[in-house]
Design a protein around this ligand. Structure first.
Ligand code: SF4
Length: 410
C-alpha cells in the first residue's frame, strides 16, 4: 500500500483507519504504536511523507488526513498500558547506554526493554523529548502529549538520567555497556555571519531561541521581527514571535515558494495568522545604529534556470527592511564536541560520524547512531525508524550475530 510504504516506519495506515471507523480507538492507537511508537505526537507534528503518496489524490485533490486520524486515535484511546508487551523480570544481562532522550533513543528503549535489556538514557536537559520538547512550540505539541508517550517507556523500566550531559565518548566506552546508541539530534543552528552580527543582542539562532522560549528563558520579542529562512523552524519561530508580542512578523527567504522547505501544513497556518512572507530576498547586512538593531539589508534577487536546471541569481535591487529582532532559521548542524577524534571513529568532511545506512553502526564497533545525529536533520518519523533499525542491530551485536543479516527493507 503506497501510504504504508511512504511512512518511513511503515505504519499500517489502512489497518488503523479501519479500526477508527469501527470505533476501536485503543486498538488503532496500539496498531500505530507498533511501528511509529509515538502516535499522539506524530498525529500532531509528523512531516507526513505518507500523505503525498495517498492513492486518494489520484481521484481527488486532497489525500486522506492520515496524520490527523492518528491524533484521533491518540485522543480517544482508553488506558493502553495493559496492552504493552510485558517486560521480563529476569534481564538478559546486556546493558545499553542511549545518549539523548529524544524519539530515537526512546524507540531503542521501547524495542529492547521487552527483550530483557537494561537501558540507561542520558539527557543533558531537565526533561525528556529532546528537540521535540525544546523546538516545537507548545501550541503545536502540548507537553502533556510528550509526557504521556515518553513516561510510558520510563515506566517500563528505562533508567532515565536527566541533567546528565555525556562529555566524553572515551569515558563512556570504558564503562560496562554492551552497546551505545547516540540519538542527540542536530542541536546546532546555523549562523549567518554578516556585517553587524555581533553589534547587537537582538539577533538569535532559531533553534536556540525556540529552546529558550520553550523553557521560558525568553518571554518577549521586538514588535518588528524578521525570520530569515524558509523551513519548518522558520514557521515555528514566526508563529511563536506573534505569541510573544511581535506585531509585524516577516519570514524572508532567498528563493521562490516552491524551493521553501516548509510543508504546506506548516506554512498555511502561519499565513492565516498574517505572517508576511517575502520571497527572493537574500540577506546582506544587519543594520545596527548606536548598538541598536534597526533593520536588515537584503538583495532582491531574480532567478534564472539554465538547460541543465542549474539556478543562478541576479541582484536587481537592494532594500532595508526595518526590524527590532532577527531570528535565523537557515538550517541545523550536528555537533559532536564530546566525541574524541582519537577513538577510531571516522568523521566525514562535515565533521559528522560515518554511519552505515543499513545497520546504523559507526566505525567503532558497538556504537550506533540514529535520528538527526546519524545523517543530519530529517524528521521525527525518520528518527523513530532509525531507532527501530538500530535496536535490531544492537540486539544482533549483543548476541554476536551478523548485523547485515536482517529482513529486507519494508
Ligand atoms: S507516522 Fe507520519 S508518515 Fe507514518 S503514517 Fe503516520 S503521519 Fe504518515
Amino acid at each position: 500500500v503506497d501510504c504504508q510504504w511512504g511512512c518511513p516506519a511503515h505504519t499500517d495506515v489502512p489497518g488503523y483507519i479501519r479500526l477508527i471507523a469501527q470505533g476501536k480507538y485503543t486498538e488503532s492507537y496500539m496498531l500505530n504504536r507498533e511501528s511509529n511508537v509515538f502516535p499522539g505526537i506524530l498525529g500532531r507534528v509528523c512531516d507526513r511523507p505518507c500523505e503525498p503518496v495517498c492513492r486518494r489524490v489520484r481521484v481527488e485533490d486532497e489525500p486522506v488526513a492520515i496524520c490527523r486520524l492518528k491524533r484521533v486515535a491518540g485522543d480517544l484511546k482508553d488506558d493502553f498500558k495493559d496492552l504493552l508487551p510485558p517486560i521480563p523480570e529476569k534481564k538478559n544481562g546486556k546493558k545499553i547506554a542511549c545518549i539523548g532522550a529524544g524519539c530515537a533513543s526512546f524507540t531503542v528503549a521501547n524495542d529492547l526493554l521487552p527483550l530483557g535489556y537494561e537501558i540507561d538514557i542520558f539527557e543533558s536537559l531537565h526533561e525528556t523529548g529532546g528537540l521535540i520538547r525544546s523546538n516545537i512550540p507548545k501550541f503545536r505539541l502540548p507537553p502533556s502529549v510528550i509526557d504521556e508517550e515518553f513516561d510510558v517507556i520510563v515506566e517500563q523500566g528505562a533508567n532515565l538520567h536527566l541533567n546528565h550531559p555525556i562529555e566524553s565518548m572515551k569515558d563512556l566506552l570504558e564503562q560496562e555497556y554492551d552497546a551505545i546508541f547516540v540519538g542527540t539530534g542536530a542541536p546546532k543552528g546555523r549562523e549567518l555571519d554578516l556585517p553587524g552580527r555581533y553589534e547587537t543582542d537582538q539577533i538569535f539562532v532559531g533553534i536556540a531561541w525556540l529552546e529558550s522560549v520553550a523553557f521560558e528563558h525568553i518571554d518577549s520579542v521586538g514588535e518588528r521581527v524578521i525570520i530569515v529562512g524558509g523551513g519548518n523552524t522558520a514557521m515555528d519561530c514566526c508563529r511563536s514571535s506573534l505569541r510573544l508580542g511581535g506585531k509585524d512578523v516577516k519570514v524572508i527567504y532567498r528563493g521562490s515558494r516552491d524551493r521553501m522547505k516548509s510543508s504546506d501544513w506548516e506554512l498555511e497556518p502561519a499565513l492565516e495568522e498574517d505572517i508576511d512572507l517575502i520571497l527572493n530576498h537574500s540577506p546582506e547586512e544587519y543594520v545596527v545604529e548606536k548598538g541598536k538593531l534597526v533593520g536588515m539589508r537584503f538583495a532582491e534577487l531574480e532567478w534564472d534556470q539554465d538547460d541543465d536546471g542549474r539556478l543562478t541569481s541576479k541582484k536587481i535591487n537592494e532594500v532595508i527592511i526595518p526590524c527590532d529582532t532577527v531570528i535565523l532559521a537557515i538550517g541545523q548542524e550536528n555537533s559532536f564536541p564530546w566525541v574524541e577524534r582519537d577513538i577510531g571513529m571516522e568523521f566525514d568532511q562535515w565533521e559528522v560520524p560515518v554511519v552505515d545506512p543499513v545497520t546504523y553502526e559507526s566505525t567503532v564497533k558497538g556504537v550506533f547512531f540514529g535520528g538527526d545525529s546519524a545523517f543530519g536533520p530529517k524528521n521525527i518519523i525518520e528518527a523513530v525508524e532509525h531507532g527501530h533499525q538500530a535496536a535490531i542491530s544492537i540486539d544482533k551485536y549483543c548476541h554476536a550475530k551478523p548485523l547485515t543479516d536482517r529482513l529486507d527493507y519494508g
